[in-house]
Design a protein around this ligand. Structure first.
Ligand SMILES: C[S@@+](CC[C@H](N)C(=O)[O-])C[C@H]1O[C@@H](n2cnc3c(N)ncnc32)[C@H](O)[C@@H]1O
Length: 228
């Protein structure tokens, strides 16, 4: 009964928000669904992978997980893909695309174990483009498995404060926030900020059991035939 009440509260809270419209988004250019998405390994997504420093070390350290790492900027992606080809990691798929369009067209609901968003663009002049402020965030949550996590890191305190507040009060999700250890070296931006003695924060957002979104039954035509 308590779980039902929580689910209803989440539904009402989502209904008050402007809904993302996945049906209006075209697939990314040259889009195809990576065969690796059929893997039985837990699927992990990285959004804004840059030159792939985290993606390459994560895939090497977690051979039992399947990582799809998406980067939109061509020159960064090219540097990333060159290293990925040298390392030949069978569980890493680098994708050159906008992560929003790619997620809409490639992923089924309730399918992703973990999503990394490490040092996203700050979007200080356009806060509507910060990940947790976007209507797309509800769609992203729909692709996450129950118990799945989103890991967000930033060096910008106001970005972290807003993300934490939005996760708890807007999206009604449990979070935990930590300071990134001074010796952490997961990404190029993390290395740069910590070398300057800046503080970096990390927010872990968990999708609880029974959490619902307006996209839990929504699938793009490209994956309609796949099982939910
Ligand atoms: C500040 S950089 C951080 C890169 C890397 N995560 C790091 O920490 O070194 C943010 C990256 O996110 C990418 N990005 C921003 N929005 C994106 C989107 N919608 N889809 C894919 N990549 C995106 C940008 O191209 C940029 O490379």
């Amino acid at each position: 009964m308590k779980n039902q009440n929580i689910t209803n509260e989440i539904k009402i809270s989502h209904q008050k928000k402007r809904a993302f419209q996945p049906g209006k988004l075209s697939p990314p250019r040259n889009f195809s669904i990576p065969a690796a998405l059929d893997s039985t390994k837990p699927l992990v997504l990285e959004i804004g992978a840059g030159k792939g420093m985290h993606a390459l070390s994560f895939a090497a350290a977690h051979p039992n997980q399947q990582l799809v790492a998406i980067e939109r900027t061509r020159n960064k992606f090219e540097a990333f893909v060159k290293l990925a080809q040298q390392r030949k990691l069978a569980n890493l798929v680098p994708v050159h695309a906008d992560a929003i369009a790619w997620t809409v067209h490639a992923l089924s609901p309730n399918n992703v174990a973990r999503i990394y968003i490490l040092y996203p663009n700050p979007e200080q002049n356009n806060p509507n483009q910060q990940w947790l402020n976007m209507p797309f965030f509800e769609f992203l949550l729909s692709r996450l498995e129950e118990g799945g996590q989103i890991i967000l890191a930033t060096n910008i305190e106001s970005y972290m404060d807003n993300a934490e507040h939005k996760a708890i009060t807007g999206w009604q999700l449990p979070t935990s926030r930590i300071q990134v250890p001074q010796d952490s070296q997961r990404t190029h931006f993390e290395v740069k900020y910590l070398a300057r003695n800046e503080i970096c924060w990390q927010l872990t957002i968990t999708k609880p059991k029974g959490y619902s979104t307006r996209f839990d039954d929504w699938k793009a035509k490209s994956i309609e035939h796949t099982q939910l």
